[in-house]
Design a protein around this ligand. Sequence first.
Ligand SMILES: NC(=O)c1ccc[n+]([C@@H]2O[C@H](COP(=O)([O-])OP(=O)(O)OC[C@H]3O[C@@H](n4cnc5c(N)ncnc54)[C@H](O)[C@@H]3O)[C@@H](O)[C@H]2O)c1
Length: 315
Amino acid sequence: MVADSPSDRTQGSTVGNYLEGKSVAITGAGRGIGRAVALACAAEGANVVVADYGVGMAGEDPTSEVADAVVTEITDLGGTAVAVADTVTTMAGGGRIVQTALDNWGRIDGVVCVAGILRERMLFNMSEEEWDPVIETHLKGTFTVFRHASAVMRKQESGTLIGFTSGAFSGSVAQANYASAKGGIVSLVRSAALGLHRYGVTANCIAPIARTRMAANVPQGLAEIGDAEDVAPLVVYLLSDRARHITGQIYTAVGGKIAVWNQPMEVRAMYKDGRWTPEEIEARLDGTVGSEEMPFLKELEARRAAAASGEKPNA
Ligand SMILES: NC(=O)c1ccc[n+]([C@@H]2O[C@H](COP(=O)([O-])OP(=O)(O)OC[C@H]3O[C@@H](n4cnc5c(N)ncnc54)[C@H](O)[C@@H]3O)[C@@H](O)[C@H]2O)c1
């Protein structure tokens, strides 16, 4: 169903025509943050592919009902959306998600890769069955969609790629699989930003924190939390024509906070003429150069101490 005017889509919410005429595909759009992003994009005038495999928290029991339900929500509000209940973990699945936008609206202006699962375990206990599907869903699942979309966007000479990472990309205790996938997404996005800049295509990353079923699964709790809807406006902005100059960024979005991560770069160096010996390195890596404590380690120790003393950990 196509809206007659932006006001038909509003139904009392704050919306307009920020993305009028754009076609976007959003993975993981059946629940949580992806759903909020899909609704916000549709409310701003975009045609939306609602891509969701409809799986449980660990990636099990797929159903098409999850994507269909969000399409119904959008069309009931006067927006335009099509469901794809496919997995992002295969090249064919990623291809169908992008092709659905092309078949329906003739173009793909943005892809937002939100789909994700969790299989938590300490590294020393983690099985291949816990590692592979998490990497496949997050990292490969971003690649499959970016790969197909970027080929079209390169020819269009415009487009927006958005990956979903997590603060866990900087390290996480019982999520070596998830943290590795999220770190891979950061590097994938940064590589896409560099490789596609000359074609007018941008690539950026969002690390959200929001009350969803996934957040409820994080054992240690979250120090900051907001709603899924709080993440959506940043995505809408990045997809818009107003953000064509923004690429290669990683943003945190939680509640009323939007933060930007630093650009990875060397922070210190030491030099000598010729090759270092291990003894010389030992003498120099002395707590001031290259051996600083990871900032998060202190917090972890505080949490352990609080848990041992029976206090409820705050983060
Ligand atoms: N919620 C948070 O606080 C938080 C924090 C950091 C990062 N994130 C990231 O944000 C994204 C969204 O998280 P959420 O909390 O909304 O999760 P969610 O579990 O509510 O939704 C994820 C959706 O992805 C879909 N999905 C899973 N595997 C799929 C596959 N193979 N193909 C297609 N769809 C698939 C699921 O069916 C589900 O509807 C994830 O990438 C997550 O890692 C979330």
